[in-house]
Design a protein around this ligand. Sequence first.
Ligand code: SF4
Ligand code: SF4
Length: 481
Amino acid sequence: MPRIVVDGRAIDAAGGQSVIEAARAHGIDIPHFCWHPSLSVAGSCRVCVVEVEGRGLDIACNLPATEGMQVFTDSPAVRERRREMLELTLLNHPVDCGICDKAGECTLQDYHYAHNGAASASGERKVRATKFHALSDRIVLDNERCILCSRCVRFTHEVSKSHGLGILHRGDGSLLRETGDGAFARDPYSDNVLDVCPVGALLSRSSLYRARVWYLQPTRSVCPGCARGCPVDLWHRKPEWRLNALDPAKNRAIVRVTPRDDGRPEGPWICNKGRDLAALFERPRAMQAMLHGRAVPLDVAIDAAADLIDSSKTRIALVSSWASNEELAAFKDALGERFTTFVKEDHRPLPGETIEDDFLIRADKNPNATAAAALFPVRGKPMSAAPSGQPPDLVLAWGEGFDARGLPDGARAIVLDAYGHADHARADVFIPLSIQTERAGHYTNFQGVVRAFDACFDKPASVADAQELFAALAVGARVPA
Ligand code: SF4
Ligand code: SF4
């Protein structure tokens, strides 16, 4: 483990680390554009220049940390070279930060103010290039803002392997472009280039001009799109920037989704389905409790469900594979002894969706089937008969994906769901539930990794929290089984 000295501070570098990696691991940030911790070294932007005693200037991203190395990240020679490189980077940049979605999280902005700050020295007209070039139906490119760091190109070559992007031409005529075979548009991981781009050249069409980043806050969450359960941040409006005059639904909207880097071996990446969680969460909700399709207050529906449980003899429960660990445990504690319980597949692959690959995407499109199966290991066909051999006279269906046509003749149904479906009106009792963004909990992914998610918004009063509901049903079930 080589010991190096950075700006007078001794640090131990892990074997094989470059100077930029070793410094970063100890909280020392060396400015960089083209270097990214999860991509290969390009060494093109030269902004990570440092001075090494006895060696002169060199780039920290391509400099192996070796024993006794004395590194200076802020010497006069470094400051001058860094300023020159920033001046070159900005030579043809439009500096249209006022209308750029990246403003507020753009390292070009930050480094310019920190390490240069001067107006352009050039008297020449800036080179104009393509703006709003559609790279795909998900991403637009502003070539004038592109600093040709090649991070996005390397991502498609090294991570997603679609090879969907490249750089055309030379010098100040260079242009980032998609390859002509549509590989980038088909790349299920394409939106990761939005994060790796250090400037505002690559923009999401779904969140374009929707909000300034400083109006938003991230909430820790887990993508429920498949059994991988990728860690994500859900970005939504800060309470202090609440909109009062415009559509209040915007205050409860997910504006964008980004990967949350928790150091997992797969890297800080998610697939495009994870980026589209707003559409998944914001589908039409079930907000009204019902008895046989007739609207009733929530507490009336809960009492009716408790009566049905009390008066039935052979009970089957189909639990949700979108439920959290806490909700599944609450069901087991409160009602587990009264039901024969099966795990239900809430979601299946949608038409056109990537079903499975050898990177992140899993064929099981539910986030918590592993935890559910561990708690409720009963196998078999739930609707035909309970293990006792008796056909069920009560079915409790929790979550999406329940087909009411499969109900045995004469069986009553209690349905618990967060999203709207025409079949809900056919249930004897229907109780609407909260969604993931309205509660906290944990999912256990297919590898057994447990990840936490937090609530972004309050739960509407007309829907039930599943954990509280099960406790209430257990109390309300007055006749022991
Ligand atoms: S679009 Fe962004 S990530 Fe791609 S080369 Fe240009 S600046 Fe780099
Ligand atoms: S791989 Fe699965 S869990 Fe990860 S972002 Fe995609 S759908 Fe979500």
